[in-house]
Design a protein around this ligand. Structure first.
Ligand SMILES: Cc1ncc(COP(=O)(O)O)c(C=O)c1O
Length: 404
């Protein structure tokens, strides 16, 4: 008789977005005349840019011709894309990364969920709280997190590093030394980030204590301030302690197209075992590559026109972020994020819980956001609005909120 992976049974239900959807549907049914503005889910709304569409059309045509048809992609990704990534995302920023340390994938979600396979089951992980849920849940599935306590909403074997307004959303070094540290900057959900020198401290900490940092830089394109690192490899010593995960979703609108990559430097070694070689082996065994046409589309964002289009797209969303942030400030809210990330993180007024504020905003302003408590216990009394809507809707939502 077969047995299941019982770790899956330990996972509490993921009710966040389904509860939001149910509440919104019920409200709409009861109030069919109300126009609801959705600033909840972190999906993009702008279409793919011209350079990307042109590259897609061209590569689709290549697939129709026996002379240019491509089958399985190389395990690590096509050279044209890995060279473009290496040159533009790393060499231009002074980072010492080579193309054979870059692994092209179908996105940052899969990579951030799969990367834990490289590590032993008894490794202890540390995460920021609140957090992008994939890091925790993927480790739970592998039996690495102990038991879940419904009251504290915490796993017994995870080290939580609260990031709240009290510590300026900068995680502090935990009392107990972790083995694997997940960091995501600029951050989802808080929309805040840390400076390059603060990140350097984490790199030094990891090297000193024999930890590995899994660095999720999915929102790198939204950085607007000079003292923020676009890559962890801008920090000295990161090659011996850090893995970086990137995505084409938020900079180029590839959420439905699917493309990302992970960097595992050759200097990252556990004893004399290379993590880069382990990831190459895993990739070769379990992944058959992102599609050729999608990798060509990804390459297109690195052309001069492509880079301009990325800046325009990011600029559009960041203008929404500014509109939301300044509107909330005018309305008297305590607001964070929205400067280096497309998320605005606000403190709920009058000590409302995150879900109380969700209902209040839906019923009185007909605006949908995401309750902060859905991202971890330290997210309670916070609320996330995203800048991924249209400018018109962002403005309209803020007009309504100001009138409350
Ligand atoms: C922090 C973070 N990492 C990764 C992802 C997923 O990126 P992708 O679309 O490349 O899977 C998201 C998506 O919202 C995210 O917020």
């Amino acid at each position: 008789m077969y047995k299941i992976n019982a770790n899956y049974q330990k996972l509490p239900g993921s009710y966040l977005f389904s509860t939001i959807a149910k509440k919104v549907a019920a409200f709409q049914e009861a109030n069919p005349e109300k126009e609801i503005i959705r600033l909840g889910i972190g999906d993009v709304t702008k279409p793919l840019s011209k350079s990307v569409i042109d590259a897609l059309h061209k590569s689709v045509d290549e697939m129709a011709d026996a002379a240019t048809f491509r089958g399985y992609a190389p395990d690590l990704g096509y050279d044209f894309l890995r060279n473009a990534i290496c040159e533009n995302d790393y060499k231009k920023r002074g980072c010492d990364i080579s193309p054979d340390e870059i692994f092209v994938s179908d996105g940052a979600k899969s990579d951030s969920g799969n990367i834990q396979e490289l590590f032993a089951e008894d490794n202890k992980i540390a995460v920021c709280d609140p957090v992008y849920p994939v890091y925790v849940d993927s480790n739970v599935m592998s039996g690495r997190c102990g038991t879940y306590d419904m009251n504290s909403e915490k796993w017994s074997d995870i080290i939580y590093m609260p990031t709240t307004s009290e510590n300026g959303f900068v995680p502090e070094f935990p009392k107990e030394t972790p083995d694997i540290i997940y960091l995501c900057f600029p951050n989802n959900p808080t929309g805040t980030t840390i400076t390059k020198s603060q990140l350097q401290e984490w790199v030094d900490y990891a090297n000193k204590n024999g930890c590995v940092i899994i660095y999720d830089a999915a929102y790198e394109a939204y950085i607007s301030e000079d003292d923020v690192a676009h890559s962890i490899y801008e920090c000295e010593g990161a090659r011996t302690c850090a893995i970086e995960i990137r995505s084409f979703s938020k900079n180029a609108g590839f959420t439905g197209v699917r493309l990302g990559f992970t960097v595992v430097p050759k200097d990252l070694k556990c004893g004399d075992v290379s993590l880069r070689d382990m990831w190459a082996r895993r990739h070769g065994t379990k992944f058959n590559g992102a599609p050729y046409i999608i990798q060509r589309a990804g390459e297109a964002i690195y052309s001069e026109a492509g880079q301009r289009e990325v800046r325009e797209m990011v600029g559009y969303y960041m203008n929404n972020a500014k509109t939301i942030r300044s509107g909330l400030e005018e309305a008297g809210y305590e607001v964070y994020g929205g400067v280096n990330a497309p998320y605005i993180w606000l403190k709920t007024p009058n000590n409302m819980t995150s879900w109380e504020f969700f209902d209040y905003l839906l019923e009185n302003a007909n605006v949908v956001g995401t309750p902060g408590s859905g991202f971890g216990p330290s997210g309670e009394h916070y609320f996330r609005l995203t800048a991924f809507g249209t400018l018109e809707n962002s403005e309209k939502a803020l007009e309504r909120i100001k009138k409350l």
